[in-house]
Design a protein around this ligand. Structure first.
Ligand code: ZN
Ligand code: ZN
Length: 377
């Protein structure tokens, strides 16, 4: 595994992006347009624009027609976009975005345009419809997100780097953590470690939740000191080149209680059962069921109050989902979390989370962090 993260902080990001994003991603969307009955697709979700053409700004319109693509950005981003998107033409928007859309539609002679219904707000849609009256806009859900589910080798390499830095941060936290440190102090340790060791950002607000605070799957850190004899849920991630790490370990100071041992081993068994059993072609619901059956079998089914996992990539939560509602088949190349947990309001939580890539014949676990919960005092 390449461990040159420490030298990456000053790399100009578009030089790497230009290598990672080629025309084949836009081509995959273009190939879908005929089946969708569309002349063009309007992409507005920033991570989708980044995925398709490499632009890392947080506002833009990308119009993909059957044989062309053009990015529209405002003046803040014109130069930035031109450096990042290679051969894709960039149009500077002056004034209304709707007028820019009308101009694009006229220039490419497209009338029937799909848009991202999960992302465009009602008021944005009204403005676009008023400002581009000749254009027929039709909402679609998940069209580009579905393309992102399957990672390229370059994307998996970026994820491996984010995961490696996340593992390194967890190991450093384990060495540093002592009883009496507050959750907020531990969160700051995680954030500063990631930012000073090659991460461009944290992948999400880190969670360090001890005792009863850990009973909430998405706990916020408090000023309460972390004690002995209580479970400590640590859920952290580093972001590297736009890609997100995601790692949970549950830790413990002092002699474990029988209750902790029993529940920890149960969650670990559920996780290992899922990691052994997940296969391409299985539905997200079946994958979720592998871990859920173990926890239900021990009588704690209602304590496993969230889904088993989610895809990660340019977003921390993306397709595919491993949940009781996910009927779609898992594809090779998907990178997903496997994170069963149990939560008790009067005691705390236990969650163990790895990231895995689905390959032919099963999953490969990308996370390397130790799973022993014991911390030296
Ligand atoms: Zn997590
Ligand atoms: Zn997660």
């Amino acid at each position: 595994m390449a461990r040159h993260l420490h030298h990456r902080t000053h790399v100009i990001p578009w030089q790497e992006e230009a290598l990672a994003v080629g025309p084949q991603r836009v081509n995959s969307l273009q190939e879908r347009l005929e089946a969708l009955g569309l002349d063009a697709f309007l992409v507005t979700l920033p991570t989708n624009i980044r995925y398709l053409v490499g632009f890392t700004g947080d506002l833009g319109l990308l119009l993909v027609t059957r044989d062309a693509v053009e990015l529209a950005v405002d003046g803040r981003y014109t130069e930035h976009a031109r450096r990042e998107v290679g051969a894709v033409p960039v149009r500077e928007v002056r004034g209304e975005w709707a007028a820019a859309l009308a101009g694009l539609a006229a220039d490419y002679s497209v009338g029937h345009i799909g848009y991202e219904g999960d992302h465009v707000t009602v008021s944005q849609l009204e403005r676009l419809a008023e400002g581009a009256p000749g254009v027929q806009l039709e909402p679609f859900s998940g069209t580009v997100l579905a393309l992102r589910a399957r990672k390229s080798p370059e994307e998996i390499e970026a994820l491996v780097q984010a995961i490696a830095l996340t593992d390194e941060t967890m190991a450093a936290l384990r060495d540093w953590l002592r009883p009496g440190v507050t959750e907020r102090e531990a969160v700051w340790f995680v954030e500063s470690y990631i930012r000073t060791h090659g991460g461009e950002a944290v992948a999400f607000d880190p969670i360090v939740a001890a005792g009863r605070n850990g009973a909430m799957a998405h706990a916020r850190p408090s000023d309460r000191p972390i004690g002995r004899q209580e479970p400590i849920v640590v859920d952290i991630g580093a972001r590297v080149e736009g890609y997100h790490g995601d790692l949970t370990r549950t830790l413990w100071f002092g002699t474990p209680t029988d209750r902790f041992n029993e529940l920890y081993n149960l969650v670990l068994e559920a996780q290992l059962t899922a990691e052994d059993g997940i296969k391409a072609g299985m539905s997200g619901k079946e994958a979720d069921g592998l871990a859920r059956a173990v926890i239900e079998g021990a009588g704690y089914g209602e304590r496993f109050s969230h889904s088993l996992g989610h895809g990660v990539g340019l977003a921390i939560h993306e397709e595919p989902r491993l949940s009781q509602l996910a009927e779609g088949a898992l594809e090779t190349g998907a990178v997903v979390s496997v994170e069963p947990g149990v939560y008790f309001p009067d005691w705390g939580g236990i969650r163990i989370e790895d990231l895995v890539v689905i390959e032919d014949g099963g999953v490969r676990v990308l996370t390397r962090s130790a799973k022993e919960p014991w911390l030296a005092e």
